[in-house]
Design a protein around this ligand. Structure first.
Ligand SMILES: Cc1cc2nc3c(=O)[nH]c(=O)nc-3n(C[C@H](O)[C@H](O)[C@H](O)COP(=O)(O)O)c2cc1C
Length: 462
């Protein structure tokens, strides 16, 4: 079967992508404890570049140098100064050696209330628009997360006398409050690392000078990213993280110019966009990732999200990447099925006045191709499916869709983020081990051809 639409080129600003298949931003936990990209990060991305992706969007990279950032436990890659730049430029050089693959960097000012105090300064709380702690309601966990809770905490269900989460999902708020107390006690004993994930500490409220400082730093680091050779920059503003917290009426209770009205809640994002655009000029790819809907009571809904896209477009983005949900609704951003995010495409396309719209969520080339031919999306992205099979684009192009190793949505990759483990995959034994299998990524790069020519000249001597 031909998937023609997937393999048509498309332009974002001054940059041409060879096809419509992007790898979704995914933090793979392979970075070094000090925030440097390691060799395994590079091998991981190179394998996907060799597999035929037209665009790689990096994992979320944090530009916030402060100790309260509270992010390094989950997303350890940093970009604050020269120490980090050389690792990132090595990544860019490597990816550009693969048949015109482009690489955008996803940049974040931090995690806010979804982060935790820094490991070295545990007494300093994370900082957010307002001092509202994170609280995850276990009733929102879907099947994939349920499997993972069973895996990391096998006795939990036994102690609760339950086979699965169904009885919990049916509980009313009073019943659930009693149970939650017991669950937290059990987690403290069995899986203490998960306690912070379910019940966050109270963040402190960010001061205005700190907010402005983060806006300026985002602009500075975006500018640096282009100097290092990245083809585009994506502002990380979905999933309930710091920028999303400003957008959300549920998490932003400020009474100054960064809270209240829609315009005020958008100010942090819009200032970041304007400041970046002023530095990088009019044509370079600059996008924002947004949840199409926060899917929480009193949270940012799709109507508001569309207005934010319209404002972001006017401020200077030239593409938008879609997702949904926030930490407090973890089933939403890691759905059990396929094609969950395409529904936001039409609304975002209209609000963005035609700038390309990207969304992840695909398993099969058929479904992905249709999202484009139906005009709902311009570029499709693969998240967990790109972990399961880095060669998805090449297989789809060759008509070998039967050879695609399908993601089972078990969410082991997601859960690994909260464990002391590198991310691995239940269906792809090479995921997390790319560095040990150079045959996955070495062949087919322009670098390999140059090395071969170089070696020719030493033939017979070494
Ligand atoms: C292990 C893992 C790490 C992720 N890290 C990020 C991230 O750094 N930034 C981001 O915007 N989304 C992140 N995501 C969300 C994905 O980009 C994507 O939206 C999500 O997996 C749903 O798409 P899928 O159904 O294609 O997997 C992550 C997902 C996974 C599985």
């Amino acid at each position: 079967m031909e998937y023609k639409a997937l393999f048509e080129p498309i332009e974002i600003g001054d940059t041409k992508l060879k096809n419509r298949i992007a790898m979704a931003p995914m933090n793979m936990t392979y970075s070094q404890p000090n925030g440097y990209m390691g060799d395994q990060n590079i091998a991981w991305y190179a394998t996907r570049a060799r597999g035929g992706f037209g665009l790689i969007i990096t994992e979320c990279i944090v530009i916030n140098p402060h100790r309260w950032r509270g992010s390094e436990g989950v997303n350890p890659s940093l970009m604050t100064d020269n120490r980090y730049y050389r690792y990132l430029s090595k990544l860019v050089q490597t990816i550009h050696r693969y048949d015109d693959c482009k690489i955008f960097i996803q940049l974040s000012p931090g995690w806010g209330r979804q982060g935790h105090p820094d490991v070295e300064t545990p007494d300093i709380p994370s900082a957010a628009p307002s001092s509202i702690p994170l609280h995850i309601d276990i009733r929102t966990l879907n099947k994939g997360w349920e499997k993972q809770v069973k895996r990391v905490s096998p006795d939990l269900f036994k102690n609760l006398g339950m086979e699965n989460l169904d009885p919990i999902r049916k509980m009313n708020d009073t019943e659930y409050a009693v149970l939650e107390k017991n669950i937290l006690e059990m987690l403290h004993k069995e899986a203490p690392a998960l306690v912070h994930v379910v019940q966050g500490e109270s963040p402190r409220e960010l001061r205005i000078d700190e907010i402005v400082d983060l806006e300026n730093r985002m602009a500075m680091q975006a500018d640096e990213a282009f100097k290092l050779g990245f083809d585009g920059v994506e502002i990380h503003s979905p999933h309930g993280y710091l920028i999303h917290q400003f957008l959300s009426p549920r998490c932003n209770k400020r009474t100054d110019e960064y809270g209240g009205s829609l315009e005020n809640r958008a100010r942090f994002l819009i200032n970041i966009i304007k400041k970046i655009r002023a530095k990088i000029g009019p044509d370079k790819p600059l996008g924002a990732r947004l949840s199409g809907d926060e899917l929480m009571p009193e949270g940012m809904n799709h109507e508001e999200a569309k207005q934010f896209v319209a404002m972001a477009k006017d401020a200077g983005i030239n593409y938008v990447n879609t997702s949904q949900g926030c930490y407090e609704n973890p089933g939403a951003f890691a759905p059990d099925g396929e094609n969950e995010f395409t529904k936001y495409g039409p609304g975002f396309k209209k609000a963005g006045k035609g700038i390309p719209v990207i969304a992840p969520g695909f398993i099969t080339p058929d479904c992905a191709n249709k999202a484009i031919t139906d005009g709902k999306l311009d570029i499709i992205a693969l998240g967990r499916q790109a972990i399961a099979d880095p060669f998805w684009p090449a297989k789809a192009q060759a008509g070998r869709e039967k050879d695609i190793v399908k993601c089972t949505r078990c969410n082991q990759c997601y859960m690994n983020l909260f464990e002391p483990k590198w991310i691995s995959c239940t269906v792809n034994p090479t995921a997390g081990f790319e560095l040990w299998y150079p045959e996955l990524w070495l062949k087919g790069s322009r670098h390999e051809n140059r090395v071969n020519k170089f070696m020719e000249k030493a033939k017979g001597l070494i």
